[in-house]
Write a protein that binds this ligand. Sequence first.
Ligand code: AMP
Length: 200
Amino acid sequence: MPNGAIWVIFGPPGSGKGSQAELLTSALGVPHVSTGDLLRAETAAATPLGAEVAPLLSAGELVPDDLIERVLARRLARPDAAAGAILDGYPRTVEQARSLDRSLAGSGRRVQAVLVLDVDEATLLGRLLNRAGEQHRTDDNREAIAERMAEYRERSEPVVAYYRAQAVPVLAVDGTAAVDVVHDRVLQALTGLSPSRTAP
Ligand code: AMP
């Protein structure tokens, strides 16, 4: 785990986490680290790990924690993550959030803030089906989308309450607008944090 600032961007599939995290990298001075992108890179490179996770990804099911943590640790060990990272797609369960907290606590740290993108389900479905035509992700089809939404509601949504209970700042942003408009809202939400949290 790098010594820098760890931010979490959170929200259902299709809420725009990847786009917003990319846009935030310059404001926060840390790279965007998406566990989904890391797993897709493994499958594209046909590594043994990629072969193991490919069927889970296609079905929209969660990958076992030990695999995720291995992939994440490898990514965070790269030099650009020494300053920290914006995590996208992790933590996805309360157990993963606890595990992240334990690693940060080792150096007296905690998550800087959790940005939650709120988007209604009809908009999410429209965006994901639209992305299916553009990016050809194996999990952007109706069946896998339904599974991912169910995983999100049952296993990921409780992560927000977990962070609130830990007194980690949770910043909810309306993600139902164009990417640049949502980015402005995100920046606005971050200005509400204490300066020590936002300093790169
Ligand atoms: P995403 O790109 O974040 O939508 O993730 C795509 C897929 O990768 C998910 O549907 C899961 O199969 C897997 N995945 C990504 N992050 C995690 C995680 N933190 N825990 C378990 N599975 C994950």
